[in-house]
Design a protein around this ligand. Structure first.
Ligand code: HEM
Ligand SMILES: N[C@@H](CC(=O)c1ccccc1NC=O)C(=O)O
Length: 284
């Protein structure tokens, strides 16, 4: 029979007593999670809740992105390309969600934000250790980012560890070398604590892979997945920049930077420059 009075009957078997069973809330630690939204504005500004939740959801997804990318680097090191690609595919979906999510924050008007911005003091997304960690895992290392985390030993040591570890790109290039591809020795022996810099000697290798994709399918697919990762990362940065422009215009940032101009410069950074450079060479 169909639902009566627009009310669904509850199945007999539905478990109701959680006095000695694991429940939804206890498994997910919801009391902890849902007590972490504490506006600092006084009197409390209605829209600060949006601001906090937008950041917290981003940090939660960044936690998973980091978890997957670190594992993907380890899979590459273990010559398991399939598992690495599976993790990267998941990261790409998270990135899309994060980029889409900017539209929620775009409902915050400049007037509303200006009413509680002063309460944020010098806190800023610039101090996001997980965001910096993702940049490091992808190969955009910068030791100068570390002092910001000196008052947070856990974050600081995580970033120090990632600074010293090969990036996912370093691991991919080492994997290619082990597969018999002609990877320049200088690339394999580079100082991994520095940002990866454009190495023109790598382009012929990628040209070979792209022009013989069918014969090198795994390597080719991995290259395209990395291109997607960089693309998605830049789309997030771009939406951040546009949100900043529409919310605070040309004001300087709470973190002390010039604001939009500083963020604009990040759009010129690149994780995998050779994978973009190879496009110019295809068919030539
Ligand atoms: C109205 C919303 C926002 C404004 C006006 C804003 C503004 C800014 C500004 C001006 C900076 C430059 C650093 C500074 O001097 O403070 C910055 C950096 C940053 N923000 Fe935001 N932001 C907003 C929302 C967000 C959100 C939702 C996130 C997500 C976690 C975020 C993450 C970051 C990150 C990771 C950086 C460092 C970027 C880099 O180093 O290139 N921001 N933000
Ligand atoms: N930097 C922003 C403030 C801001 O957006 C923010 C403040 C505290 C925690 C995270 C933030 N998000 C990104 O920077 C501003 O200058 O208005």
């Amino acid at each position: 029979m169909s639902v009566e009075k627009n009310t669904r009957k509850l199945d007999k078997g539905i478990v109701r007593d959680f006095s000695s069973r694991m429940s939804y809330a206890s498994y997910l630690q919801l009391p902890t999670l849902l007590s972490a939204q504490q506006p600092v504005s006084e009197p409390e500004h209605h829209d600060e809740m949006l601001f906090i939740i937008q950041h917290q959801t981003t940090e939660l997804w960044l936690k998973l992105v980091l978890h997957e990318l670190r594992s993907a680097a380890a899979w590459l090191r273990a010559d398991d390309l399939g598992s690495a690609l599976k993790g990267i595919a998941r990261v790409k979906h998270i990135q899309k969600t994060l980029t889409e999510q900017w539209s929620v924050l775009a409902t915050l008007t400049p007037t509303e934000y200006s009413q509680f911005r002063g309460f944020l003091g010098n806190s800023s997304g610039f101090q996001s250790s997980q965001y910096r960690a993702v940049e490091f895992v992808l190969g955009n290392k910068n030791r100068k980012m570390l002092p910001v985390f000196e008052s947070d030993p856990e974050a600081h040591s995580m970033l120090e560890e990632l600074l010293a570890a090969p990036s996912i790109y370093d691991e991919f290039l080492a994997y290619l070398a082990r597969q018999g591809f002609d990877v320049p020795a200088a690339v394999l022996q580079r100082d991994v604590t520095k940002a990866h810099e454009y190495t023109p000697e790598l382009v012929p290798l990628f040209k070979h892979i792209y022009e013989n994709a069918a014969a090198n399918w795994g390597a080719y697919e991995a290259c395209e997945e990395l291109v997607d990762l960089e693309d998605n990362f830049q789309l997030w940065r771009f939406r951040h920049l546009r949100t900043v422009q529409r919310t605070i215009g040309m004001k300087s940032g709470t973190g002390g930077s010039s604001g939009a101009a500083f963020l604009q410069k990040a759009l010129e950074l690149t994780f995998f420059p050779e994978l973009f450079a190879v496009r110019t060479e295809i068919g030539q």
